[in-house]
Design a protein around this ligand. Structure first.
Ligand code: BES
Ligand code: ZN
Length: 588
């Protein structure tokens, strides 16, 4: 079946869930989340059972039409979890499942008070993408199935609850929410903790632990402008509010585009807006991803490639072309590094994920190669035509989940057929179905980064002292360029000289620190050791953790160190980060 989702047991062509009503109670002491999910059904085949996705859920009881409904919980698949098959009476249009999530649910992280900045209250957050919704909600956990939802959530500590939905008051200690627009299950989101709120504009604001609100307000001051920019390019923002929730540092990703409320790592609070592209990215998903969604995880590039392209257009509009181009150059370097290492099958946009966890597909390929494809379309058809095309794409597919084939079909009709003498230099098939990059792929050039890279060369050659580098006026991207072009390992005296001149080990900018610690490990620069340790223990963002642990394990002593560090840090990591790092250091 074309567009069939191999990562879900659900059979939405027979019975389709259209709405989910959650009633859940969180007990922080026991780390338990339990209650019920009422699912509204569309019975396309009245005799077919309802098949749901679950992972490590305890099912207590299933009801339909006021009676117990028979159900079977299937065998647990290591990647997919267990199918839950429910026999609903033929005329029934809903079922209620009473259940509890496991303390170790892959989609939840329970934080101890010490892991928060306030240190007094625990914290809970969800991260459903790609297939973790099923670890706390019995649901058709496929991006091709869109549902509306409402929720009533209570917690034993009376802490604030936020969800990817409109807040709808409090009733009997239950905080209420509703999302009336149809979204896939991976966009349902929940967080509970000591969370404060600060308005930024009429439809924007920040949720964060109280101590972080000021920093976040400064960092995200441009939020309304970012939204206005995307709207002027691609049509109205359809989700009413746009808030950002700044999570504690163990959040395993940079950002997650939960509708109405982007979840973000505190590591982007650099103090100078230099890492704001992450917010531009998550905001862009309000069009590419949340409005028009990949039908399966093989179509993930439709979410991330389109979003990475739009992210950069926002950056260009709001922060200027030079800034946008610098970000492109850095992205391209990461992509090239991966393309040099990956097997061909992992270099393909429309990736085959048979037998694999969809989280394995979250490389730079769908992001940066996907964006380069769109950038080439923009260059060949012209910016005006391409902008108009994108706007019509969002209008045409609004609130639908689409496959690569459906998107390509639209691209062919709206661009290649319409402007038939312009597209000849582009091979769509090569971009989407072949490994590597087409030779004609656009290549960004930044004069500012070029200067930085020349300065790095001069310093390495000994023609320039570290203290004489023009680094006082470098922004984050220039620093990253500098660190990334340095030879590895760096001689002892060079690492020390650079650190003495610019105090890199003490930087508060996590992107710069990440690259620096990478150099420090490769160059066996001992003075950075304590910072490395505190970084690995306090920050759970996998983009930083994975390469650092990987680098450590390259020497026998390093591997021991990695295991020691991981043993200390593990309790603070998210379940999926734990799994990823355990694999790297080779211990449990
Ligand atoms: N949707 C992704 C995060 C994601 C993807 C989580 C796949 C789980 C599975 C989000 O939009 C994203 O791409 N975040 C990036 C930041 C972005 C600026 C590249 C991240 O977290 O690093
Ligand atoms: Zn994204």
């Amino acid at each position: 079946m074309p567009g069939r989702d191999i990562h879900s047991f659900a059979e939405p062509h027979r019975v389709r869930v259209t709405h989910c009503s959650l009633v859940l109670e969180a007990f922080f002491e026991k780390r338990s989340l339990s209650g019920s999910a009422e699912l509204r059904l569309q019975r396309l085949d009245p005799d077919a059972p309802l098949v749901l996705d679950t992972r490590d859920l305890q099912i207590h009881r299933v009801e339909s039409q006021g009676r117990e409904a028979p159900y079977r919980l299937g065998e647990r698949d290591a990647i997919l979890g267990s199918p839950l098959e429910i026999d609903a009476p033929p005329a029934a249009d809903s079922v209620v499942i009473h259940y509890s999530a496991s303390e170790h649910a892959s989609g939840l992280q329970w934080l101890a008070p010490e892991q928060t900045s306030g240190k007094t209250h625990p914290f809970l957050f969800s991260q459903n993408q790609s297939i973790h919704a099923r670890s706390w909600i019995p649901i058709q956990d496929s991006p091709g199935v869109r549902i509306s939802y409402d929720a009533r959530i209570k917690n034993d500590l009376g802490l604030r609850v936020v969800m990817s939905a409109e807040s709808n008051g409090i009733e009997n200690l239950f905080q209420r929410f509703r999302m009336d627009l149809p979204i896939p299950a991976y966009l349902i989101a929940l967080a509970i903790g000591e969370i404060g709120f600060r308005a930024l504009g009429p439809r924007t604001g920040i949720y964060a632990e109280p101590a972080l609100l000021d920093a976040a307000a400064t960092e995200f001051a441009d939020l309304e402008r970012l939204i206005a920019t995307v709207e002027s390019l691609y049509g109205p923002y359809r989700w009413n509010r746009y808030d950002v929730l700044v999570l504690p540092p163990s959040f395993p990703f940079g950002g997650m585009e939960n509708p109405v409320i982007t979840f973000a790592t505190p590591t982007i609070l650099a103090g100078d807006k230099s890492l704001i592209s992450l917010i531009s990215h998550e905001l862009a998903h309000s069009w590419s991803g949340n409005l028009v969604t990949n039908a399966t995880w093989s179509d993930f590039w439709l979410n991330e490639g389109f979003t990475t392209y739009i992210e950069n257009r926002i950056q260009e509009e709001v922060y200027g072309r030079e800034q946008a181009v610098m970000e492109q150059v850095l992205d391209r370097r990461e992509l090239d590094k991966e393309l040099a290492e990956f097997e061909p099958r992992d270099q393909i946009l429309n990736i085959d994920l048979s037998g694999r966890d969809p989280d394995d597909g979250t490389t730079r390929v769908p992001y940066v190669k996907g964006a380069l494809f769109l950038r080439q379309l923009e260059e060949v058809f012209g910016r005006a035509a391409f902008d108009q095309f994108l706007k019509s794409y969002f209008e045409h597919f609004a609130f639908q989940s689409i496959t690569t084939e459906e998107a390509l079909d639209f691209i062919r009709r709206a661009l290649f057929d319409r402007y038939s003498n312009q597209g000849k230099s582009i091979s769509v098939d090569e971009w989407v179905f072949a490994p590597g990059l087409p030779a004609s792929a656009p290549k960004a050039f930044s004069a500012r980064l070029q200067h930085v890279s020349e300065a790095a060369g001069a310093w390495i050659a000994g023609d320039l002292a570290a203290s004489a580098l023009p680094a006082r006026c470098w922004n984050t991207q220039e620093w990253l360029e500098f660190l990334q072009v340095l030879p590895r390992p760096l001689p002892d005296e060079k690492v020390s000289e650079l650190d003495a001149a610019w105090h890199v080990t003490a930087t508060g900018n996590y992107e710069i620190l990440d690259d620096w610690l990478q150099i420090a490990i490769e160059s066996e620069y001992k003075p950075a050791g304590p910072r490395l340790e505190s970084f690995l223990i306090s920050v759970g963002r996998m983009k930083y953790l994975k390469p650092l642990y990987k680098e450590l394990t390259k020497t026998p002593e390093g591997r021991l160190r990695a295991r020691e560090l991981y043993a200390k840090a593990r309790p603070g990591y998210h379940p999926i980060a734990q799994a990823a790092i355990a694999k790297i250091v080779g211990s449990v």
